[in-house]
Ligand binder design. Sequence first.
Ligand code: ATP
Length: 374
Amino acid sequence: MTYLRLEGIQKAFGSTVALHGVDLEVERGELVSFLGPSGCGKTTTLRIIAGFERPDAGRVILEERDLTDIQPERRGMGMVFQSYGLFPNMTASQNIAFGLRMARRPAAEIRARVTEMLDLIALPEIAARYPNQLSGGQQQRVALARAIAIEPRVLLLDEPLSALDAVVRTSLRMEIREIQQRTGITAIYVTHDQEEALTISDRIVVLDHGRIEQIGSPREVYERPATAFVASFIGQTNRFEGRVVDADQGLVRVASRLLRVPPGPLLVQDAIVQFVVRPERLVFDPGGTLPPEMNRLEGTVLAVTYLGATDMVSVDVDGRRVVVTAPAGRSGPPSPGRSIGLAFDVESCHLIGSADGSEPLGGTPSPSTTAERR
Ligand code: ATP
């Protein structure tokens, strides 16, 4: 049985349509992220689940019960916001106890639960401190403990790490994931940070302009993006466009080259198709040593960016930028201006169903471009 279900959720604010019809099924114990650019409708969806907004159409169903007309405080949701939202005149313990006191739970049970929560967030020593005596990361841990203390039916997190610095963000997102898995709480996590969504989620819902572009595991949305938008929003990618010259063999003509892609239903004879190849799937071709069935490109090195464990090398191929990330080797990356061969496996090519109007390699030039025309 599906635990939480959104059915045809629509929402407009005046003439702004925030959600066009969102359908989603969440299983018990899952952590599902809503990921997308600013204004795509992530927070509106979360607020509709919480009951702070009413949808114009559609239903929110939790364990087969329609919540659409239920007040927020009766839905059993726990919330964590970007701004920690702790009560400044209460200690950490009192903040954590707040929801339990409202629910009139016995004092002994509240004390035990607060201790348990402080242990869960690994901060027993800050029990008596007020929010202004805590760091941002500690305040957000307390906010998380406060939300979990009431044993919410769903934990809703709205960009909970955005106000924190990068180091705290990285460690706290791992802690949130560990706590969510340990407690088995079903969680919805809103973020615009693709790395955060990839590392923390069981599944990611990618939204754009109030529509779901793709729902999938982190691996699925990264390795098999459904659309050009998903491919470009999640990680870096190289996008190619060409005409199918042999659908059975998977041969596509991209500019003047014949490249081979995996066969599939999108490959229709003579159709124009697009496919993506991630930068880490491209390798430099030293000539003669790589398997002959690999796809090959030639170009000129434009720039090299040192990223520690890897080098990111951009290469001009037919006037378009192709990006390669390669492990930083002892011999160093190729220098700018050098001619270079690139190669990639057939399996590294992923066909995408729809374009977003930007310009891929081999495509017809257009004024808007994410494939960075030189
Ligand atoms: P962000 O990452 O910037 O918070 P988001 O994906 O969470 O963005 P929403 O806050 O859900 O986006 O907003 C979706 C759209 O609805 C936007 O165009 C926004 O301007 C609009 N919107 C949201 N709330 C309201 C409101 N109360 N009144 C008018 N328009 C609103």
